[in-house]
Design a protein around this ligand. Structure first.
Ligand SMILES: [Zn+2]
Length: 476
């Protein structure tokens, strides 16, 4: 399988250290607020990577972290802890905030039919591992202590600027970071922050350097090494992690171990809402709850994500989501053909049902070419809806749907048959249409819609499909 590697800036063949095992670490959410569409685009893309690896016969061991402490509001290790800030906003403790938004994030993962990582690891459960790693760096002379914490001395790590191709002499960067005057270099970052004097924090721990909490970056190095070893196969995250967070993860990990930290780095590009950056102040941080409340299926958001390539800058808009929902409805109508086979006397498709999943597997193996995958899938559904399927094709269709679900997570095989009562309504509507009784026909259409059944007036007759699925999202 081919994947663009940020480390080399090239598309490369993925060659795991110990196949068929492949280790994957994903930088997870900071749980101080609801995840928004930008986050979900990112995580659905990571989930697609895991599905693509599985389709290649690999066995991913996937670890995702949950940042529930230590992520300060600025990348310069200044300002308030995001969790502490959330706690103040909602009049709760940082622990309560972390619990609430962690659960919310996990629920969102289920709704979006994401595979469950082998380990979802919380920073607060791994304080000792982080302290041990800082001690390791201290023993090798990579740290120094100033008034507000223990810092990493980036000057000591010769390759610090390589990954992000940073120009450390660039004054603009220096100014943006606003250096703490005690830091040796503006890029130096906190490994451990001391609790401010005279202030009681919700989350603080003892350490060899004093009471406090870990810096944001150290958790990913400590936890990925604990669960996946000192060198990972694939590390993933958002593109905005490249210049600071991932640069710092590499610096810490490689300084401590003397080994390469990850062989492949996959980054998901930015998502804007109607062309604008997603930010709290613009109020455009649309949550999954909002999307569902407006009547969209979580699977439609998933499909919307797949419509753009993970390396391209994507745009979320409500119109775009509606188009994705329409596309999903066509795919569901295709899935519902299992329950409505018909005698086909003419026309045929340009593909065999048995070939479809192979084409998709190959497209995903090509640096996750999801836009082309969906273009192909739409071609498949358009043709099948036009020619219909015969009884002896039902089993093949069933197998095809399961394979597509495995690759893309669209829950097409969960489309179930409608009830005898609903079938009777459909017949009544057909009869009304034959008599050109449009009023009755429309009335029945509305009645079915209310029951969650959509109608697609296709070439060889009406095809019904579910407008929503009823299922309990069980997490494997
Ligand atoms: Zn990380």
């Amino acid at each position: 399988m081919q994947l663009y590697n940020t480390l080399t800036r090239k598309i490369e063949e993925v060659e795991p250290i110990d196949p068929p095992k492949v280790t994957v670490y994903t930088c997870g959410p900071t749980v101080y607020d609801y995840a928004h569409v930008g986050h979900w685009f990112n995580y659905v893309r990571m989930d697609t990577l895991i599905r693509a690896l599985l389709s290649q016969g690999l066995k991913p061991n996937w670890v995702m972290n949950v940042t529930d402490v230590g992520h300060l509001v600025s990348d310069a290790d200044e300002g308030e802890d995001k969790l502490q800030k959330g706690a103040r906003r909602e009049g709760k403790t940082a622990w309560e905030i972390a619990d609430f938004y962690t659960k919310d994030f996990l629920d969102g993962m289920k709704a979006l039919n994401m595979l469950k990582p082998g380990h979802i690891v919380k920073a607060t459960d791994h304080i000792a591992d982080q302290i041990a790693l800082i001690k390791r760096l201290e023993a090798k002379g990579f740290t120094y202590v100033i008034d507000d914490g223990v810092y990493y001395d980036t000057h000591k790590f010769r390759h610090y600027a390589d990954f992000a191709q940073l120009d450390l002499d660039d004054q603009q960067i220096t100014e943006r970071i606003k250096p703490n005057p005690q830091k040796r270099r503006p890029e130096d970052f906190a490994l451990w922050k001391f609790s401010p004097k005279g202030e009681q924090r919700d989350m603080e721990w003892d350490s060899p350097w004093g009471k406090g909490f870990p810096g944001w970056h150290i958790e990913c190095s400590a936890m990925s090494m604990k669960y996946l070893g000192e060198t990972l196969d694939i590390h993933t995250g958002g593109i905005d992690h490249i210049p600071v967070h991932h640069t710092n993860e590499i610096a810490q990990s490689e300084a401590a171990t003397g080994k390469a930290f990850a062989h492949y780095w996959m980054h998901s590009n930015h998502v804007t809402v109607d062309g604008r950056k997603i930010s709290k102040s613009l109020g455009n941080g649309i949550s999954l709850q909002e999307i569902i409340a407006k009547g969209f299926s979580p699977e439609a958001l998933r499909l919307y994500v797949l419509e753009s390539h993970y390396r391209s800058h994507s745009i979320f808009s409500w119109n775009g989501l509606q188009a994705a929902q329409n596309r999903l409805n066509d795919l569901r109508a295709m899935a519902a053909l299992r329950w409505q086979p018909r005698q086909v006397t003419h026309d045929s498709t340009t593909f065999a049902l048995e070939e479809v999943s192979g084409v998709i597997t190959a497209l995903l193996a090509d640096d996750l070419n999801t836009p082309q995958t969906l273009a192909f899938l739409s071609q498949v559904s358009t043709q099948l809806l036009a020619v219909h399927i015969e009884k002896d094709m039902v089993d093949h269709l069933e197998i095809m749907l399961k394979a597509i679900d495995g690759l893309l997570g669209l829950r097409l095989s969960m489309v179930k048959d409608i009830s005898p009562k609903q079938k009777a309504l459909l017949h009544q509507r057909e009869a009304a249409r034959t008599k050109q009784d449009w009023k009755l026909s429309d009335k029945i259409r509305d009645q079915l819609k209310f029951q969650g059944i959509g109608l697609n007036d296709a070439a060889h007759g009406v095809i019904w499909y579910p407008l929503w699925l009823s299922y309990k999202p069980d997490h494997q």
